[in-house]
Design a protein around this ligand. Structure first.
Ligand SMILES: [Zn+2]
Length: 331
């Protein structure tokens, strides 16, 4: 199909095997007559991605290999709000270092790290604002690299809902257009259109937590009133689940009316509560979406559950290696 000769392919394969990106399968697959073929698979002992996440009430780090398998996973539950950015990122850095060392003890090479944060991120990886952590202009990569075991790693930063949506896109396989809604203390959304994440012109899309659901309602940290986050954020959710579901339904109906998104994926704290939330959300969707009588909006829980953001983060590292293996081999 590529038009490459057998000799060229063999040379490329040799490079990829030597670089630890692919491995020869044993035993080789059965073929017809002629020279036996060699089976090849992505290596589970080559480069790997380190995915990290900080959220209001937990820190998490995982290592995912080239095949997409999670090889290490560490989660630490603790309220990060009193800590401040420097201490939180130092704790996360230590957790990530443990994940990296454990993965390297298994023969993997961590190629880079990506960090998921519940906030708005500038192009250079600095966190412009993370309201629920009370962070402003935090140079997250530099603070993580202050942990000696991470000092040599390239580290990228992105919004947690964006990374979770990308993680979901890789595993879901079927839906090229969906809205991923991440329920944490804050609420974020990642909009995937035709297989691509839509970030907005300045990278600030997805702030569904501040969509107004009750104009004269509860005051929000952002200064407005009646934001979705005040009714369906993790802390409000615990108090009144039916109200949370209805509020979510109202906000999601607006999204569907505007964008004709056929699938909504509920992640973060919503994933384990999906069975309880579904009916309340659906009721509002059928009441408020103009086309609800014509086509259903599919609601489903995130396939990766609460790990979606850190898995998505690790996946961006893996994806970069898979997209440009020559760059990895030249390093
Ligand atoms: Zn708000």
């Amino acid at each position: 199909m590529t038009g490459l000769t057998r000799a060229t392919v063999s040379a490329l394969v040799d490079d990829l095997v030597a670089g630890g990106l692919i491995t020869e399968m044993d035993p080789p697959p059965r073929t017809g007559a002629g020279r036996p073929a060699v089976g090849l698979a992505l290596s589970s002992a080559g480069p790997a991605g380190l995915g990290c996440e900080i959220n209001v009430d937990y820190l998490a780090a995982c290592v995912v290999d080239l095949t997409g398998t999670v090889r290490q996973r560490f989660v630490e539950h603790a309220d990060q709000r009193p800590s401040g950015a420097e201490r939180s990122l130092e704790s996360l850095g230590r957790l990530a270092a443990r994940a990296r060392l454990a993965a390297e003890a298994e023969g993997l090479t961590v190629a880079g790290a990506a960090l998921a944060v519940p906030g708005l991120v500038a192009g250079n990886g600095s966190v412009r604002v993370a309201p629920n952590l009370d962070w402003q202009d935090v140079d997250a990569p530099a603070l993580l690299r202050a942990v000696p075991e991470l000092a040599d790693l390239p580290i990228s930063v992105d919004n947690e809902a964006n990374l979770a949506a990308l993680g979901e896109l890789r595993v879901s396989g079927g839906d090229p257009t969906f809205l991923y809604v991440s329920g944490e203390v804050g609420i974020g959304a990642g909009l995937v259109l035709d297989g691509r994440l839509y970030r907005g012109v300045r990278g600030w899309s997805g702030e569904i937590g501040h969509v107004t659901v009750y104009p004269d309602g509860r005051p929000c940290r952002c200064g407005a009133r009646g934001c979705l986050e005040q009714y369906a954020g993790q802390e409000a959710l615990a108090g009144d689940l039916p109200l949370a579901a209805a509020s979510l339904g109202i906000a999601l109906a607006a999204v569907v009316n505007l964008l004709d998104v056929p699938v909504i994926v509920l992640g973060g704290a919503y994933a384990p509560l999906f069975a309880e939330l579904r009916a309340g959300i659906s009721e509002e969707l059928s009441r408020r979406v103009l086309t609800s009588g014509l086509a259903d909006v599919v609601l489903r829980p995130a396939a990766l559950g609460a790990d979606a953001a850190m898995r998505g983060a690790a996946d961006t590292v893996i994806r970069a290696v898979r997209d440009d293996p020559a760059a990895w081999l030249r390093r």
